[in-house]
Design a protein around this ligand. Structure first.
Ligand code: BG6
Length: 510
């Protein structure tokens, strides 16, 4: 028998033909009045129910500082579902879900409200058969994490029970630097054992991000060229066309680097650069990510290796949009960056000398997230110089969103009598190759929490390693004035282009 056909009992243990369905459980949501709950979490709960992936007795409990009865909260969930659910609305699914909806009014420092929450949950355990299995989702600003965790401990809600599970889900930001992340981790892990803590990075729930693992580790084609011998550099871009909308309170003082580089972009980088994990089980996957993140280093001269910007008024999509400092709730002296770019190196045998450029920004030319692996030029081109003037570097581009897919760029002969070579692309698009539409990231991640499947949730150490990478950049920026302006609808400040030009490279214009 060849090694390829050896039976591996661990890998075969989970049969993909069996749908993963959550067992009896309740989801308790803190932060139900927020944007995330309305746009993503409540619709995701419905979509899971609609796909038959939640148990019939599933219960959803909201907790917030509102004078609502169960029916009022039911209406809020209903509206969120009608506005934002991915799958079609079905009355019978809604009726079943609605029967398990409860609301508890209260403040986070109110003991009586948490005692009432405990009472409601215990009644649900009996009435809906949720079996003592409870997931607490903290979609609240991190300054409230300690208080909510302590209340869950005080009221006995976090206490692990013999035949039931208690899990806590926390949303980013996981701190604003290494020290605060450590403090936060210890507060949460004092109350919940580390394997009951699920840290959400919703990028890891995206189909295309998981496809990065399939692309790298299920194929023979790409892996042997994914190293410093062949790769010139990697560009990871997360560009948004939106501004900060109504999120001034959250965003100002945080900025683009803490908002998305610390989590989404560094996670994308880790998946792109890590070695093959022994399995896709949580321990093995996280261990490989941590290994590669430990090998990441910043260039010594930070002034030449990073850039930041803030958008000023400009035209976008045919509309004149406000500058950042004119947005509601933002002071006109704010120095928060809405664009950030950094260059990182990875000190491993595979990647030594290959720069990874990460950039993100609001109000950029268009919404696109992609990972572009740009290859070195062929060592020799046996063509007349004029024949290859329009030949760029080969590239493998993973299009995370929108228009999800993968593009390969390479040179091809232009039809005609002369030997002229020009870039062409070969494309895989999800829309063309598959009939199934992709579930929303939050659908996947919520289900993972309810079935207790942790690989897609960054562990405590990963979060700290990401802050170790970013902290020196934040300190550098804090000492160096304000961000450069860029006009809304463009691709960021001139300093970002200059940063690439110093390396003889340029940003892709996706
Ligand atoms: C969030 C950031 O994590 O991701 C937001 O806080 C950003 O600022 C959002 O807009 C983008 O998510 P997506 O899935 O639309 O790319």
């Amino acid at each position: 028998m060849s090694p390829a056909t050896w039976h591996n009992p661990l890998r075969d243990a989970r049969d993909k033909r069996l749908a993963r369905i959550a067992g009896p459980c309740a989801l308790i949501l803190f932060g139900v009045t927020g944007d995330l709950a309305r746009k993503k979490l409540m619709p995701a709960v419905y979509d899971l129910a609609n796909r038959g992936l939640l148990p019939p007795g599933f219960a959803l409990v909201g907790f917030a500082r509102r004078d609502w009865a169960d029916e009022d909260f039911g209406k809020v969930v209903y509206e969120a579902v009608r506005e934002n659910a991915r799958t079609p609305f079905r009355e019978s699914v809604w009726a079943q879900l609605a029967a398990g909806i409860r609301f508890v009014p209260g403040e986070f420092d109110d003991d009586a409200a948490f005692d009432q929450l405990a009472q409601v949950i215990s009644e649900l355990d009996t009435m809906r058969g949720t079996g003592g299995n409870h997931a607490f989702y903290l979609s609240v600003p991190p300054r409230f994490f300690p208080m909510v965790c302590q209340q869950l401990a005080r009221s006995g809600l976090s206490q692990q029970a013999p035949h039931a599970w208690r899990r806590v889900v926390i949303e980013k930001p996981f701190g604003h630097d290494l020290a605060s992340a450590r403090a936060l981790n210890s507060v949460v892990e004092e109350v919940f054992p580390h394997d009951s803590v699920f840290r959400i990075d919703h990028y890891l729930g995206k189909e295309t991000v998981q496809n990065l693992l399939a692309l790298r580790f299920a194929n023979q084609l790409f892996e042997h060229i994914s190293n410093a011998n062949y790769v010139d550099h990697v560009q990871i871009t997360m560009a948004e066309d939106i501004g900060i909308g109504g999120r001034a309170g959250y965003y100002d003082g945080i900025g683009a680097a803490r908002d998305v580089i610390q989590n989404h972009l560094i996670q994308l980088m880790a998946l792109t650069a890590m070695e093959e994990p022994v399995s896709f089980e949580a321990h093995d996957l996280r261990a490989e990510k941590e290994k590669v993140l430990s090998a990441v280093r910043l260039p010594e001269d930070l002034g030449r290796a990073c850039a930041r910007g803030q958008y000023v008024a400009g035209w976008q999509g045919g509309q004149l949009v406000k500058g950042y400092r004119e947005e509601e709730g933002i002071s006109d002296s704010s120095t928060t960056e809405t664009f950030a770019a950094i260059k990182l190196g990875v000190d491993t045998r595979r990647w030594a000398g290959v720069p990874f450029y990460l950039r993100t920004g609001k109000r950029l030319g268009r919404r696109v997230t992609e990972i572009a692996v740009v290859f070195k030029r062929a060592p020799h081109l046996p063509f007349a110089r004029t024949a290859t003037e329009e030949l760029g570097q080969n590239a493998l581009v993973i299009r995370v969103q929108p228009d999800e897919g993968v593009t390969m760029r390479f040179g091809s002969k232009v039809p005609g009598t002369a030997m002229e070579v020009r870039d062409v692309t070969m494309d895989f698009g999800y829309g063309h190759s598959f009939t199934e539409s992709s579930p929303e990231a939050y659908e996947r991640l919520l289900l993972d929490v309810l079935v207790g499947d942790p690989p897609l949730f960054p562990r405590h150490r990963e979060v700290e390693l990401a802050w170790e990478i970013l902290d020196p950049v934040e300190r550098f920026w804090a000492r160096h004035g304000r961000p450069d302006d860029y006009v809304a609808g463009t691709w960021g400040p001139a300093s970002a282009d200059a940063m690439m030009a110093r390396d003889g490279r340029s940003w892709r214009r996706p």
